[in-house]
Design a protein around this ligand. Structure first.
Ligand SMILES: *[C@@H]1O[C@H](CO)[C@@H](O)[C@H](O)[C@H]1NC(C)=O
Length: 298
């Protein structure tokens, strides 16, 4: 009894330190280097049932995953791909161009390309370490040679057992340790995608309007989860391109939207148990926002 009491006391004391101190603020937005607490559960998909369909899981993702450079108008992320995966991001949004016989992942508007092959290998490296995870990969062909992208990816992953390119929706158990390709319009490998955004929804002039839109999209997502398509919603956006909101960069929007989204998700998970929101693609997420999404699954 004595040990239990002492343990309980220590536990309470730690809780007060953690929640009452105020110096340990939740991180919903982040533009700092990734620092994971020691207890951080990187392999969160281990807890997902084998029988669950991929389209029925709430999955944190990034919008324009590799947009780390190019100035305030172009930058959407601060963590590199590896750190995003460690933080729990499981949906990646890559912009790919075919140049001569090679594929490159483009980083926003800057001429600083990585080969698609190298990026795919990095994701596979992560999955060989965290074998219960799966990574959804959206490939968006950009600029010229759009048709070539699919052809070349096809060739590259020919017979590769660690990627899923079928259009049937797999269950979690079928794709642990694998990359699941997502298809849409000009890229037709993998499972279909359904976006809740309408064209132009990424342009934001008023934060309050954006919040309303995200709420609407997430409600729609929760109704359509679990079907033949992966449902995707965006919390990202930008005021760039509209004269009166030029100051509203993707980062400045994320500073405001990410804490709002965390609060929305907190309430959502109280009201709806066993819900699903599909993929939510974000800019500059912090680890506590990512955790809020993961928690919806429990
Ligand atoms: C995968 O999950 C199983 C079952 O929970 C666990 O025993 C195993 O350690 C996990 N593997 C990795 C690489 O995390």
């Amino acid at each position: 009894m004595k040990t239990t009491g002492r343990y309980l006391f220590a536990h309470l004391y730690m809780s007060v330190l953690h929640f009452g101190g105020g110096f340990c603020q939740d991180e919903y937005f982040s533009d700092n280097a990734l620092q994971l607490p020691e207890s951080y559960k990187i392999g969160w998909m281990e807890a997902i049932d084998d029988a669950k369909f991929i389209s029925d899981i709430t999955i944190p993702g990034t919008h324009d995953t590799m947009a780390l450079y190019g100035g305030p108008a172009a930058e959407c992320q601060v963590w590199d791909l590896w750190d995003q995966l460690r933080a729990g991001i499981r949906y990646l949004d890559l912009r790919v161009v075919a140049l001569e016989n090679k594929l490159y992942v483009v980083h926003g508007i800057v001429n600083q390309h990585k080969s698609f092959f190298a990026v795919l290998n990095m994701i596979k490296g992560f999955l060989s370490e965290f074998r219960n995870e799966t990574v959804l990969l959206r490939v968006k062909p950009e600029l010229f040679g759009k048709n070539n992208v699919e052809k070349q990816v096809s060739k590259m992953i020919n017979d590769d057992e660690t990627v899923w390119v079928k259009s049937d929706m797999p269950t979690m158990g079928k794709v642990r340790g694998k990359v699941v390709f997502i298809q849409k319009s000009s890229f037709r490998l993998g499972v279909p995608l359904l976006e809740t955004d309408n064209q132009g929804d990424y342009k934001v002039s008023l934060i309050a309007d954006k919040e309303k839109k995200i709420g609407k999209h997430l409600r729609q997502a929760s109704e359509q989860c679990g079907g033949n398509s992966v449902i995707l919603s965006y919390s990202s956006g930008t005021g760039i391109g509209k004269p009166l909101t030029m100051h509203l960069t993707p980062k400045k929007l994320a500073v405001k939207i990410n804490p709002w989204l965390a609060q929305y998700l907190g309430q959502f998970s109280i009201i709806h148990t066993k819900a699903c929101l599909g993929v939510v693609a974000m800019d500059f997420p912090g680890i506590d926002l990512i955790q809020r999404l993961i928690k919806i699954n429990h």
